[in-house]
Structures are given as structure tokens and as C-alpha cells.
Design a protein around this ligand. Structure first.
Ligand SMILES: Nc1ncnc2c1ncn2[C@@H]1O[C@H](COP(=O)(O)OP(=O)(O)OP(=O)(O)O)[C@@H](O)[C@H]1O
Ligand SMILES: [Mg+2]
Length: 271
């Protein structure tokens, strides 16, 4: 999809693993994105039209994963592609400004396909991820950036409610079945929360597949964690050690409370 260089940044194609790095910041999403077609289309449209979008939502709901996928999707439409910064790694506002400046200054690697779209949109799409610890800083930085470099479009993620100028998009949990009973495996798989649980379960138990025996447990887990991707991921990691029916009883609101209490984000431990 994109060319890579050793010195600047790399972007792997969409798939089971994505890795974007720039100026020491690294954003990884180790799973294929489940669902989110509608959200991607909506936020991508907002980025195109307003040039600055704030992606918000509760802890672990999938803001970063969604924003990264949107940046990948939109990159070919920007002459400079996209750059990603993990703001959680910035020590303070000054450091964050320096990372942003470095990201904008960097030369984009040659990418023939992008030439086909040259000029379609602005010069660069900048993803500033996990801005929670720099909420006050980022609003000012984004405002200034849009004024002095209107060719740079900005996608910001953070849990904070006070969005900088521009529209904000609240990421919803993954949809889950309304009821654990009476659903067969095939119908359950129509719900993205269940598909994600199955995907994660198979990472830990390679033989895992949804069946008449475990569908109810899988649905119960998705329901109990409210369709929050990070919680689904954490729950599935227990499968090698705990029977799914037991897990469904153990997982519950306290896991969500713990997630919500977690200081935002410590990315190294998430992926
Ligand atoms: N739709 C999805 N399909 C598969 N995995 C997902 C999906 N959404 C999120 N994930 C995974 O769930 C975990 C949490 O997602 P992510 O880090 O994007 O959440 P976040 O909202 O940015 O969290 P935080 O509030 O801590 O910044 C990650 O491991 C991510 O790869
Ligand atoms: Mg995040």
C-alpha cells in the first residue's frame, strides 16, 4: 500500500497487523479491525470537509484503532499522506509541539500511487492520538496549526469531552446481541462485538470457533462488557485458563469500572 523508509515512517497494509511509526512515536493495532464501516465513512467525511475532527469516547472503545484506519484510508488522497503521533508519549506541551513540528517537516517517502491523487485534498493528514494528558495543550495547538497550515488536516483522539474547534465524533461500543438466549452461532456472528470476541479468542485458543455450546457464553461476555473492544480483548485472553461459561460469570461491570479508572493511555501495555 505504502512505500517504507528506514528513517522516516512506515505503514503496513491493512490486515491483521498495522504499525505506524514516526519520530519515535509508535502506534500499533495488533488485531484486524472488526466492523466500523459506518464510523470510518462518517469520520472520513468530516475530515475531508472540516479539516479538524476530534474522535472521542470512553476508555478502550476503539478511538485509536478507528482513527488509524481512517488515516490509512484517507492517506492516498493527501499529497503528503499521513503522519501519526502518539501524544501519550509527549512529556509536556512543548514536547508535543516539537513532535508535531517534526512530523510536518519530515519528507514523505516517494509513493507513486499518491501522485494519482495529488492535489485532491490538502497537503498532509496528521493523526494526533491519545491526547488526554494534553487536553488543554492540544486545543490551542490544533487551532494554531489550522490557522498557519490550513493544508494540514488534523485527526485528534482523546477521551476528553472538550473538543477543540471542529466537529467531534463519539465512538460507540461495538454492537452486541440484545439477548444471550435463542441465538444461534451464525446470527450471533452478525454482531461485531461477537466477531471481535471470536477473533480474539482464536488468538489465544487457535481451535476456538463459535458453536452451539459456547455461543451463549460468548454473547454473555460481549453484553457484560458493553461491547467495549478493550474489555472484549482482555476477557478473551482468559480463555486458555477459564471455561467460557465461568468467564461469562466472572466478567462484568467491575472490569469496565477498572478500565474507566485507568489513566489514559499506556499504549505499550495495550497492544
Ligand atoms: N473494531 C475493532 N476490532 C478489533 N479490535 C479493536 C477494535 N477496536 C479496538 N480494538 C482493539 O481494542 C483495543 C483498544 O482499542 P483502542 O486502543 O483503539 O481504544 P481507545 O479508545 O483508543 O483507548 P484509550 O481510551 O485508552 O485511548 C486495542 O487493542 C485495539 O486494537
Ligand atoms: Mg487511544
Amino acid at each position: 500500500m505504502h512505500a517504507t523508509t528506514a528513517t522516516s515512517w512506515t505503514l503496513e497494509p491493512q490486515g491483521s497487523a498495522t504499525l505506524t511509526s514516526f519520530a519515535g512515536a509508535t502506534i500499533r493495532h495488533s488485531s484486524a479491525l472488526v466492523g466500523r464501516g459506518q464510523e470510518i465513512a462518517e469520520v472520513a467525511g468530516q475530515v475531508r470537509h472540516s479539516g479538524l475532527v476530534h474522535v472521542t469516547g470512553t476508555a478502550g472503545v476503539g478511538k485509536s484503532a478507528l482513527a488509524l484506519r481512517i488515516a490509512q484510508k484517507l492517506a492516498p488522497a493527501f499529497r503528503g499522506g499521513y503522519r501519526a503521533i502518539d501524544a501519550a508519549r509527549a512529556l509536556d506541551c512543548e514536547h508535543l509541539r516539537a513532535l508535531i513540528a517534526a512530523a510536518i517537516r519530515a519528507q514523505r517517502p516517494a509513493h507513486a500511487a499518491a501522485e494519482d491523487h495529488a492535489g485532491e485534498f490538502a497537503g498532509l493528514l496528521l493523526l494526533i492520538d491519545n491526547c488526554d494528558r494534553h487536553a488543554a495543550c492540544i486545543a490551542g495547538v490544533a487551532r494554531t496549526l489550522r490557522r498557519v497550515r490550513p493544508d494540514v488536516h488534523v485527526l485528534i483522539t482523546g477521551r476528553m469531552l472538550d473538543a477543540p474547534d471542529g466537529p467531534s465524533f463519539a465512538v460507540p461500543p461495538l454492537a452486541f446481541p440484545p439477548d444471550a438466549a435463542m441465538l444461534d452461532a451464525r446470527t450471533a456472528m452478525e454482531f461485531p462485538a461477537v466477531r471481535m470476541f471470536v477473533q480474539e479468542a482464536a488468538r489465544h485458543v487457535p481451535t476456538f470457533a463459535l458453536s452451539g455450546e459456547n455461543t451463549r457464553g460468548a454473547i454473555a461476555i460481549c453484553r457484560r462488557v458493553g461491547g467495549i473492544p478493550l474489555a472484549i480483548k482482555l476477557a478473551a485472553a482468559w480463555l486458555p485458563h477459564v471455561a467460557i461459561a465461568t468467564l461469562a460469570d466472572l466478567v462484568g461491570p467491575e472490569l469496565l469500572h477498572r478500565l474507566l479508572r485507568t489513566d489514559p493511555p499506556r499504549r505499550d501495555r495495550r497492544h
